[in-house]
Design a protein around this ligand. Structure first.
Ligand code: FES
Length: 151
């Protein structure tokens, strides 16, 4: 049986991940849960079985004041969820609903093509958390729809 040594995997010659991805994988931002989260989204990727959970705290003015993630998955999924939480913090619900997996990939400086689906998981988890928030606060749904209509 042949084993890879981590120093070889992390070495540039074998590493298909850029330094931003590696940084978010090795030093993930906003990892964990939020006590009294206002919206929680949990999604899974059927192809690989990875699971991502994103929790959001949303203030009365409709802005995302905090975001956390827990990801059971690959390094790209961890980097994508870390970046996605960074991207939505401070955004309004309407703005956060427009965050796409491409925004996550771009902010990460790119992902290998076979890992793009990991960033899709992050987009879906954010949207699921926002859906959960809107379900819990139906009065905000009309506001979101009205603002989206204006945009
Ligand atoms: S391989 Fe499953 S999310 Fe990355």
């Amino acid at each position: 049986m042949r084993f890879f040594h981590t120093e070889n995997i992390m070495a540039e010659e074998y590493n298909p991940y850029n330094p931003i991805v590696m940084d978010h994988f090795l030093n993930p931002r906003n990892m964990g849960d939020l006590e009294d989260a206002d919206g929680i989204g949990e999604v899974g990727a059927a192809a690989c079985g990875d699971i991502m959970k994103i929790s959001l705290k949303i203030s009365d003015d409709g802005k995302i004041s905090d975001a956390r993630f827990k990801t059971f998955g690959c390094g790209s999924a961890i980097a994508s969820s870390s970046m996605a939480t960074e991207l939505v913090k401070g955004k309004t619900i309407e703005e956060a609903l427009k965050v796409t997996n491409k925004n996550v990939v771009d902010a990460l400086g790119g992902l290998p093509p076979v890992k793009i689906h990991c960033s899709v998981l992050a987009e879906e988890a954010i949207k699921a958390a926002l859906d959960d928030y809107i379900k819990r606060h139906p009065e905000k749904a009309a506001l979101v729809a009205a603002n989206n209509h204006k945009a």
